[in-house]
Design a binder for this molecule. Sequence first.
Ligand SMILES: N[C@@H](CCC(=O)N[C@@H](CS)C(=O)NCC(=O)O)C(=O)O
Length: 207
Amino acid sequence: MTRIEIIGIPISNYVRVIRMACEEKGIAYALTPALPQTPEVLAIHPFGKIPVLRHGDVELCESKAIATYLDKVFPGNPLLPAEPLPAARVEQWVSMTNTVIDRTMIREYVLSYVFPKGTGGEPDRRIIDAALPALQRQVAVLDQAVAATGYLVGGRFTFADINVMPILAGIQRYPEGRQAMADARALTAYFQRHAQRPSFLATVPPA
Ligand SMILES: N[C@@H](CCC(=O)N[C@@H](CS)C(=O)NCC(=O)O)C(=O)O
């Protein structure tokens, strides 16, 4: 069978999303480490973002497109519901995560710690402090969303949950993110429960 190759670095939340999707569906894959904007990534993603995917002659970029392809081509646990309304609700969460939540929680908050840009090489407090109100509001929205069923959509783990789990793991590496989660009981229970899934445990990025 033609091998799935995921190209990107394991620390990326979007790379982890696609690795989790493969794990959830029982798809064997190889991870080829590559940074964004490198030739092997730019050969597939015109804007150089990771992950990108190769499957035989198929080359794909953008995590949602990759997940949809994997879900339709491979058997195993469906990541995306077949019914129109639950499918649309997954799309809704993926879109909000990719356009709003990832921007605040990863690009503005987490990356301020990972790539410190303060004058003395420390994290830039102005960027972190500016991101916190939005981060707290987004945590509260997610907290409310999972309170009823323990999932973002319906009563089962879908690609919507896969998309947010690596982001929630990311913010809890830093103090303000930990505090925001501590104030969100349903979201904390949700995170702790799904963090036990084999797909999550198998894709923990290196420290
Ligand atoms: N919309 C893209 C976003 C991917 C993305 O932003 N990846 C980050 C790493 S987590 C990246 O490549 N950043 C580097 C860059 O934008 O140059 C997707 O869903 O795959």
